[in-house]
Design a protein around this ligand. Structure first.
Ligand code: PXP
Length: 262
């Protein structure tokens, strides 16, 4: 595959988990994550991402049922690789399933899945999801060993964890920013070269999204917490549109690459 190969459009998946976090802080039904998903859809999101956690701290089963019924854009269900979650995914057969590591005590998904250590189990776990028609992705650190493991378990998509890069941007650590960006670039190129579709996400903001969006091999970014937070100040729709426009601007030079795809 040519190193100039690029996905023409970088998709934006909007993660609406933290609308549910705010709702759950008080109980009741407000604010409604399904309403947020519809606003995201109207603002140009290419997909909606929702993480059904074991402890249901934000998205709940009934949200998933409503999202499955009411969305017109693809739903990406993030979940741990547990039997309970597999049964739920097989019930709702979302467009995509992103497998993430999950620790009860963590505040958010702190690192990538260690696919390299769990190859046999993951292969068996993924097979029925793929047969049911969901595109399975693995949320991994941008490392060669994890990409190789994704190939071994037959996951067609990898989502590269951008958390460390975003922390470096926030801390203003130029050397770490450069190192982490290089890791992401290399991993995206390697994944695409190997026949996987590379996505990326976690912790992205208006300040950090540009260099990641400029990586031509990436096909999709998934962004949540910052957009929901920024929605408080500028409105969710405008925040999504602003994110979209920064992504498009960063990606623009790649659109003249030799080989573009849809
Ligand atoms: N991608 C994955 C796999 C995630 O687990 C998360 C967080 O739930 C995100 C993207 C979005 O991260 P953030 O909410 O920090 O934008």
């Amino acid at each position: 595959m040519s190193e100039h190969f690029a996905f023409k459009k970088l998709r934006l998946g909007v993660n609406i988990d933290h609308v549910a976090t705010i709702r759950n802080a008080r109980g009741g039904a407000h604010p409604d994550p399904v309403r947020a998903a519809k606003i995201a859809e109207a603002a140009g999101a290419d997909g909606i991402t929702a993480h059904l956690r074991e402890d249901r701290r934000h998205i709940r089963d009934e949200d998933l049922a409503l999202l499955s019924a009411e969305l017109h854009i693809p739903l990406n269900l993030e979940m741990a690789a547990t039997e309970e979650m597999q049964a739920i995914a097989l019930r709702w057969h979302p467009h995509a399933v992103c497998l993430v590591p999950e620790k009860r005590e963590e505040r958010t998904t702190e690192g990538g899945l260690d696919a390299a250590r769990d190859t046999n189990r993951l292969r068996d776990f993924i097979a029925p999801l793929r047969e049911a028609g969901s595109r399975v992705s693995l949320f991994i650190e941008p490392d060669e060993a994890q990409i190789e493991a994704a190939l071994r378990v037959d996951a067609p998509v990898v989502e590269l964890h951008t958390g460390t890069f975003c922390e470096a941007v926030e801390a203003g650590e130029a050397a770490s920013v450069a190192n982490e960006l290089e890791r992401l670039r290399k991993a995206a190129a390697l994944a695409l070269e190997a026949g996987l579709e590379p996505h990326a996400g976690h912790g992205l903001t208006f300040d950090s999204v540009g260099p990641v969006a400029a990586i031509p091999q990436l096909a999709e970014l998934n962004i949540g917490h910052f957009l929901i937070g920024e929605g408080v100040f500028m409105g969710l729709g405008p925040a999504i549109k602003e994110m979209r426009s920064i992504m498009d601007e960063a990606r623009a030079p790649a659109e003249s690459a030799d080989r573009d795809t849809d």
